[in-house]
Write a protein that binds this ligand. Structure first.
Ligand code: NAP
Length: 515
C-alpha cells in the first residue's frame, strides 16, 4: 500500500539556495509572531481565561506569542472528546488510519522549513538541529503508519481440534501525551502518532516552553483530516494540569518523556486507583541520562574529538542522549584533553536564528541551574574551559564548558545537568573505564572509540545502556534504524521508532469457539 519506509533526508544549508530558503522561512514565521493560539478539543478551538507566554530564549524580552492555558475543566472535556472519538477511530481499518498519518507526514514535509523556523525561534535550535527535528517527526508518522499494518495482521497461534481460536491486538483507549521541550516536534509527534496509529486517541499536553511549535503542529493535524477528538491539544502548566491528567480515572495510558523527577512522580501517582477507574494505567516514562563516551589508547582521535564535541555541545547539550561524561584511558588522557579544549575553544556561541553551532539554552531557570552546577563543579574538579554566561541581547547563552580530572562519583559526573557541560574522567585501564561507564543510575546512551575488536565486543556486552554507539557520535538516533530508549533510571525502554513501539498501546484479546 505504501512504498517502503525511508528516513526523511536532511537539507544541506551550505548550499546558498537552501540557506536563502531558511531565511525566508524565518521571515515568514516572524510575520506570524504575537498571535494567540487556542486549545483544540474535539476539533474545536477553545480559549480560556489563562494564557501561557512563549519567549524567545535568545532574546527573552521578545514575546513570540501566547497560547491558551487549560485548567482541570478543559482536561475533563478533552478526555471526554478522546473517549467519544475512540470507538470510531479504533474500528477503522489500520490502512485507513495509516493513510491519515501519511497525510500528516506530507503536510509537515510541505511546511518543513516553516516548522523548523518556529523551533529556531521558540526552542533556540540552529537550522540543522531544527530541521533534523522536523525530519524525525515526519519519520515517526511514516514509520508508525507502516507498523500499524503489521500489528493488524492475524497473530500466529496453534490450531486445537474442535475449536476455532483467534487472538488479535486492539487499542487501549484514550491516553495522555506529555512531551518535553527539547525535541518540541519530534518527540511530541512520535509519542502521539504511535498510540494513534494503533487506534487509540490522545490528549497532548505540550511543554510550556514550546507551546507554539505544538500549536502549529495542530494546524497540520487539522489539514490531515483526523476525525475530531482523535488528537486533542491541551497546553497548560505541568503542575496545574499535569497531575490532574495523570490522576484522572479516565486516563487509560500515559506516554511521558521528560525529567527523572517528574517521571518518578508520574509513575507513583499513576499507580493509585481513583473512584470509577476500571483499569491499571499503562505508563511509559522515558527519562534523563548521564551519557558517557570512552576513548581508549587505540582510538582514532581525528574521528573521536569532533564526535565528542558534537555529542556534548550540539543543541547546547540539551539532548537526553548528549555526552556529558568523557572517560579517557590514562595513556591518551593528556592528548585527548588538549585536543578537546582546542576544539571547544573554536566553537562560536550566538543566535540560533543566525545558525551558530551553540545557541541559547531554553530558559532562565535552566540557565541559572546550569551556572549553579558549574559553580558547584569548581569545588569538585578543574574547570579547563568555559564556565561563564555569554551576554548578548539578554539571551540565555553559556560558554561550552569542560571540567577535567572529575572524580567518577562527583556530582558533576552523576547528576544530569542538561546543558553544555562535559565532565572528563581519567580511567587507569579499560576495566576501570567499564566500571565508571556503568557507575551512574542512568543507562540511556553511550559510546566507545577504539580500534581494539575485543574491547568493542566487550562494550557491546558490558556497557549497560539502551543505545550504544561504537566509533561514532552518540546522538541522532534515526527512526526505524536505531530504536531509542534507555535502561535503569533512564526510563521504561519504550524504544521509540522501533518495531515494538505500537505494541505498548495495544492489548491482546483471545477468543475460543467450540465447533
Ligand atoms: P520535565 O520538566 O519533566 O517536563 C516534561 C513534560 O512533563 C512537560 O510537558 C511538562 O510540562 C510536564 N510536566 C511537568 N510536571 C508535570 C506533572 N506533575 N505531571 C504531568 N506532567 C508534568 O522535562 P523537560 O525539562 O521538559 O525535558 C528535559 C528532560 O527530558 C531531561 O531530563 C531529558 O534527559 C529528558 N528527555 C528524555 C528523553 C528520552 O527519550 N529518554 C528524550 C528527551 C528528553 P510543563 O512544561 O508545563 O512543566
Amino acid at each position: 500500500m505504501f512504498p517502503p519506509f525511508a528516513n526523511e533526508p536532511y537539507t544541506d544549508f551550505s548550499d546558498p539556495a537552501h540557506a536563502a530558503a531558511y531565511l525566508e522561512a524565518l521571515a515568514h514565521v516572524r510575520r506570524q509572531l504575537g498571535s494567540h493560539r487556542p486549545l483544540v478539543i474535539k476539533g474545536e478551538k477553545v480559549d480560556t481565561g489563562e494564557r501561557l507566554m512563549s519567549l524567545n530564549p535568545a532574546k527573552p524580552s521578545e514575546i513570540l506569542g501566547t497560547v491558551a492555558a487549560a485548567a482541570p475543566a478543559q482536561a475533563d472535556l478533552a478526555l471526554d472528546a478522546a473517549w467519544q472519538a475512540f470507538p470510531g477511530w479504533a474500528r477503522r481499518r489500520a490502512e485507513d488510519r495509516a493513510a491519515v498519518l501519511v497525510k500528516l507526514a506530507a503536510e509537515m514535509r510541505r511546511r518543513k522549513l516553516e516548522f523548523a523556523a518556529w523551533e529556531t525561534l521558540e526552542a533556540s535550535k540552529n537550522w540543522t538541529e531544527a530541521e533534523a527535528d522536523v525530519a524525525e517527526a515526519i519519520d515517526f508518522c511514516e514509520y508508525y503508519a507502516r507498523q500499524a499494518l503489521e500489528f493488524a495482521k492475524p497473530l500466529p497461534i496453534h490450531a486445537f481440534p474442535g475449536e476455532i481460536n483467534q487472538s488479535w491486538l486492539q487499542p487501549l483507549g484514550a491516553g495522555v501525551v506529555l512531551p518535553p521541550w527539547n525535541f518540541p516536534l519530534a518527540i511530541l509527534v512520535g509519542m502521539a502518532a504511535g498510540p494513534v496509529a494503533a487506534g487509540n486517541t490522545v490528549v497532548i499536553k505540550p511543554s510550556s516552553y514550546t507551546p507554539l511549535v505544538a500549536s502549529v503542529f495542530m494546524e497540520a493535524v487539522e489539514s490531515a483530516g483526523f476525525p475530531p477528538g482523535v488528537i486533542n491539544f491541551l497546553p497548560g502548566l505541568g503542575r496545574a494540569v499535569g497531575d490532574y491528567l495523570v490522576d484522572h480515572s479516565r486516563t487509560r495510558f500515559i506516554n511521558f518523556t521528560g525529567s527523572r523527577e517528574v517521571g518518578v512522580r508520574i509513575t507513583a501517582r499513576a499507580a493509585q486507583i481513583h473512584p470509577g477507574q476500571q483499569w491499571l494505567k499503562r505508563v511509559f516514562t522515558e527519562l534523563g541520562g548521564k551519557d558517557a563516551v570512552v576513548i581508549d589508547e587505540t582510538a582514532d582521535l581525528d574521528a573521536a574529538i569532533p564526535a565528542v564535541v558534537g555529542s556534548a555541545f550540539g543543541y547546547q547539550g540539551q539532548k537526553c542522549s548528549a555526552a556529558s561524561r568523557l572517560i579517557v584511558l590514562a595513556e591518551v588522557y593528556a592528548e585527548v584533553l588538549e585536543r578537546l579544549v582546542a576544539a571547544v575553544k573554536a566553537i562560536q556561541v550566538g543566535p540560533a536564528e543566525e545558525n551558530y553551532p551553540v545557541a541559547a539554552v531554553i530558559s532562565e531557570t535552566q540557565h541559572k541551574m546550569i551556572l549553579r552546577d558549574i559553580e558547584a563543579g569548581k569545588r569538585e574538579a578543574q574547570l579547563v574551559i568555559g564556565g561563564r554566561a555569554v551576554d548578548r541581547d539578554g539571551g540565555y547563552y553559556l560558554e561550552p564548558t569542560v571540567f577535567a580530572e572529575v572524580p567518577p562519583e562527583a556530582r558533576l559526573a552523576q547528576h544530569e545537568i542538561f546543558g553544555p557541560v562535559l565532565a572528563v574522567i581519567r580511567a587507569a585501564n579499560f576495566d576501570e573505564a567499564v566500571r565508571i561507564f556503568n557507575g551512574t543510575e542512568y543507562g540511556l546512551t553511550g559510546g566507545l572509540f577504539s580500534r581494539d575488536r575485543d574491547r568493542l565486543e566487550r562494550a557491546k556486552r558490558e556497557f549497560n545502556v539502551g543505545n550504544l554507539y561504537l566509533n561514532r557520535k552518540i546522538t541522532g538516533a534515526l527512526v526505524g534504524v536505531q530504536p531509542f530508549g534507555g535502561f535503569k533510571m533512564s526510563g521504561s525502554n519504550a524504544k521509540a521508532g522501533g518495531p515494538d513501539y505500537l505494541r505498548l498501546f495495544l492489548e491482546m484479546k483471545t477468543v475460543s469457539e467450540r465447533v
